[in-house]
Design a protein around this ligand. Structure first.
Ligand code: ATP
Length: 234
């Protein structure tokens, strides 16, 4: 479904990601793990066409997208839950969700999308008239995911959804990502919580200072010395 071929992405001529290649197959959860500053967010920004690679290609369902605008990419069915959530705190939960549906003009499809996110996150239905800023951190993350789902993406990308959350809430969020995937949405998950991410992912890639240094199934990577020593401290 997604094919990233040898992309190099730079900020002011300084490359943050170098010749990175990976794939995400339809129906998979793929995770990219790596430390702070490894380049994980940069990869997601490139796939969502907020940034354009200086080298390489990005293909989605047979269409080359690396020259597209961010809007075109959303229309194709790719949605990003950005790092730090970026919800609109002064707006209500419902208004945040409706904003997420801006590409989804059909009122019936919108209603369906809303029903679906409310059934995934019942707490959002209960709080739909509340200002988003009054939600807890975990609820805000749920809202950010729900908002991204309102455009009915085929590929959902999440940038460190566990950031700032207690372990129990992280587990809950990751469990819900599994549920979303089982309902048919392909997932690209970027995480610093290595064990948890590899446990829910079908496959993973390890990114170190802008380069992919290992790849495998979640279970395989959890067994490698590299992951055990460098990321799990075992
Ligand atoms: P984090 O978890 O801290 O977000 P990350 O793996 O997502 O880490 P990136 O945010 O992609 O990493 O950053 C990769 C590199 O690019 C880092 O060296 C970072 O300093 C640099 N970088 C990121 N954003 C910018 C920017 N807007 N301008 C200049 N350099 C940037």
């Amino acid at each position: 479904m997604l094919e990233v071929k040898g992309i190099t992405v730079a900020y002011d001529d300084v490359p943050a990601v170098v010749e990175v290649s990976f794939t995400v197959g339809r129906g998979e959860i793929v995770t990219i793990i790596g430390a702070n500053g490894a380049g994980k967010s940069t990869i997601l920004r490139a796939v969502s066409c907020v940034l354009h690679p200086v080298k390489g290609e990005i293909w989605f369902d047979g269409v080359r997208i690396d020259g597209f605008s961010a809007n075109q990419v959303v229309n194709l069915g790719i949605s990003l839950v950005p790092e730090g959530r970026r919800i609109f705190g002064r707006l209500t939960v419902l208004d945040n969700l409706i904003l997420g549906a801006y590409t989804n003009r059909d009122p019936v499809a919108r209603r369906d999308a809303l029903d679906r996110v409310f059934s995934l996150f019942p707490v959002l239905r209960e709080r739909s008239t509340q200002r988003a800023a009054t939600l807890s951190g975990g609820e805000q993350q749920m809202l950010a995911i729900a908002r991204a789902l309102m455009s009915r993406p085929r590929l959902l990308m999440l940038d460190e959804p566990s950031l700032g959350l207690m372990p129990m809430l992280t587990a809950r969020i990751l469990q819900t990502i599994g549920e979303i995937n089982r309902e048919g949405v392909t997932v690209l998950l970027v995480e610093q919580r290595v064990r948890e991410a590899l446990e829910i992912a079908h496959r993973g890639y390890i990114l170190q200072t802008g380069r992919i240094i290992a790849a495998g199934t979640g279970a395989q990577l959890l067994q490698t010395d590299l992951v055990r020593k460098a990321y799990l401290g075992l």
